[in-house]
Design a protein around this ligand. Structure first.
Ligand code: URA
Length: 195
């Protein structure tokens, strides 16, 4: 099957998913957006109000701030893939419940399998606890890299946390620059040692 068909199948099965009750209260499915051949993938927590209205992740205030950091480190938004742990908005933006994340992970795994990024960046504590380790401490561990199989993983503050607490913005800028550097190094190594 071609990648295009596999993507179609994945998106259709996500749209039809009844693995948790959130499909009942969403306006739109927020599947994911960006380059399907991205080397860099960002994973947030769950769609907010604007995302639920538009069906696109990170388009509200937090997304606009993320765009500024991407631009500041010279990473075009269209070159990355952006998704969330949950594909449906939890009512009133409450934290995802463990059963909801568990039920939704198969869609994210499908996306990662098709994209095969070099690096996955968790946006915030909830994504880092789900994808890196359950006891992830975002204040202590943000910006550190771990290698998991074929890809590098890291986490940064969630852009919403930066909106609430601007004193974290300096750390975010430093982390985003380190992400850019690490990605460039990964690419360089790929060129040095062809498979
Ligand atoms: N916050 C998230 O975690 N994801 C979005 O898509 C928007 C806000």
């Amino acid at each position: 099957m071609t990648d295009e068909l596999l993507w179609k199948e994945l998106e259709e099965s996500c749209a039809a998913c009844r693995g948790c009750p959130l499909w009942q209260t969403r306006t739109n499915l927020v599947f994911g957006t960006g380059s399907r051949t991205a080397e860099l993938m960002f994973v947030g927590e769950a769609p907010g109000e604007r995302e639920d209205q538009t069906g696109i992740p990170f388009v509200g205030p937090a997304g606009q701030l993320l765009d500024l950091y991407l631009e500041a480190v010279g990473i075009p938004r269209e070159s990355v893939y952006i998704a969330n742990i949950l594909k449906c908005r939890p009512p009133h933006n409450r934290d995802p419940q463990p059963e909801e994340s568990e039920a939704c992970m198969k869609h994210l795994r499908g996306q990662v399998k098709l994209i095969r990024p070099k690096m996955i960046v968790c946006l915030g504590r909830i994504a880092a606890m789900r994808l890196i380790k359950p006891d992830y401490r975002i204040t202590k561990e943000h910006g550190t890299f771990v290698r998991r199989g074929a890809f590098l993983m890291t986490a940064v503050y969630h852009p919403s946390a930066l909106l609430r607490d601007p004193s974290k913005r300096e750390d975010m800028y430093r982390d985003m620059k380190a992400i850019r550097r690490a990605l460039d190094e990964e690419k360089q190594q790929g060129e040095d040692y062809p498979a």
